[in-house]
Design a protein around this ligand. Sequence first.
Ligand SMILES: Cc1cc2nc3c(=O)[nH]c(=O)nc-3n(C[C@H](O)[C@H](O)[C@H](O)COP(=O)(O)OP(=O)(O)OC[C@H]3O[C@@H](n4cnc5c(N)ncnc54)[C@H](O)[C@@H]3O)c2cc1C
Length: 451
Amino acid sequence: MREIVIVGGGYAGFYTAWGLEKSLRAGEARVTVVDPRPYMTYQPFLPEVTAGSIEARHAAVSLRRHLRSTRLIAGTVTEIRHADRTITVRPVGGADYDLGYDTLVVTAGAVTRTFPIPGLAEQAIGLKHVEEAVAIRDRLMTAFDQAASLPPGVERRKLLTVTFVGGGFSGVEGFGELLSLATAMLKSYPELSLDDLSFHLVEARGRILPEVGDEPGAWVVRSLERRGARVHLNTQLVSAVDGHVVLSSGEEFDSALIVWTAGNASNPVVHNHTDLPVDERGLLVVRPDLRMGTDSEPVADVWAAGDDAAVPDLALPGPGARTVPNAQHAVRQGKRLAKNIAADLHGGRIRNYRHSSLGVVATLGLGRGIFQYKSLVIKGLPAWLMHRGYHVLAVPTWERKIRVLTVWLTAALFGRDLVSLASVQHPRDAFVASSDMQGSGGSRASDRPAA
Ligand SMILES: Cc1cc2nc3c(=O)[nH]c(=O)nc-3n(C[C@H](O)[C@H](O)[C@H](O)COP(=O)(O)OP(=O)(O)OC[C@H]3O[C@@H](n4cnc5c(N)ncnc54)[C@H](O)[C@@H]3O)c2cc1C
């Protein structure tokens, strides 16, 4: 049996494995997905997870449930040595080992791009993973609870100050959704008012949402500002030490929640720990049919797609265009990859990847959105409905669509199901505290290892 190994079970990896399950003949090849996470993250749902509009579990598509005949390895690939047809796997718990392959698919995605800004690593959080979205939601809710019991002043102001750095797609969506959540929560907190909230979106460039045109981008800024937010264009974060935000404009304020959404960097394994060809940005060099290498220097038996690859964009005019890193491409590249690998095995025709953009649709918070397809721009509620409609259709499997729809429908009837479960991070605290109070403890809760 041929060994097909897929590095990363996110969008592109999941769809490649799923497609191979459908198109390979029995006994022809064994497909293995290596990923430290047991699920594919449906990242477009993360902004709604921060807002409590989608259950965290629903943004995680279980690999084991949906990839029935694929072998799954819970681990991180730390090195790819194509010269030996080998990858090194660091399993979740256990020692590193080598895994051989006949065909390799690299779909390890990208990582959050950061800069050496003082305080950033200690204070900020990203918005790329389910746990980050949940933590952002819980932190805001906990901050509301704490602020409600404080008199107006510096400490209360800090708790209710939220800063997003990066006005790209994920930053604007996360910011808009969190603003919408915070505004909605005020109804349950008579101690607090809209004036107590301070939401800042910091963007280094002169505009936000580069995926849409200048005018729609400016409309998004105005719409956020109408809702009480501050959008700092042409501004960079200079320091975030102890949650004290210093901007390049000279403005300074304390912020209890700093979310870093300032773009993607290439996956470090792909960039630094492989003998595969990468470009100057650290992205894998692939041909239009998603095989690695160039026409003059092909790399046999390796394919790549998604955010970790520089895929030629045949739908755009002129040479040198590359597909933008988004789910729209990653899904379709994964599907094309599966068909091409099967065709390669069966002696069929391998086709180039080509996809013309379906446009851009973004949520800006409950009932608000923006859509653009070429010169057609739709704003507000219709765009938001399109956003929800598109994503509920796009999330893989009917089971997931129905779960998400059910949450949306129950929220429409009863409102969002809002409560901070930040205490799940410390599950033994209550048990240890009660044990201490009964005198059967012997040590303080803080002295004991976490569960
Ligand atoms: C908040 C947010 C909202 C978004 N909204 C949209 C949207 O509305 N529309 C849209 O088109 N796009 C959107 N995107 C972008 C889209 O989600 C990504 O472009 C897409 O996920 C890329 O797919 P991928 O398969 O390349 O990478 P991912 O989906 O990131 O998958 C990579 C996988 O590889 C695994 N991995 C990483 N390193 C290793 C390793 N060393 N070994 C093994 N496994 C590894 C990871 O655990 C992960 O499962 C959004 C992104 C974010 C963060």
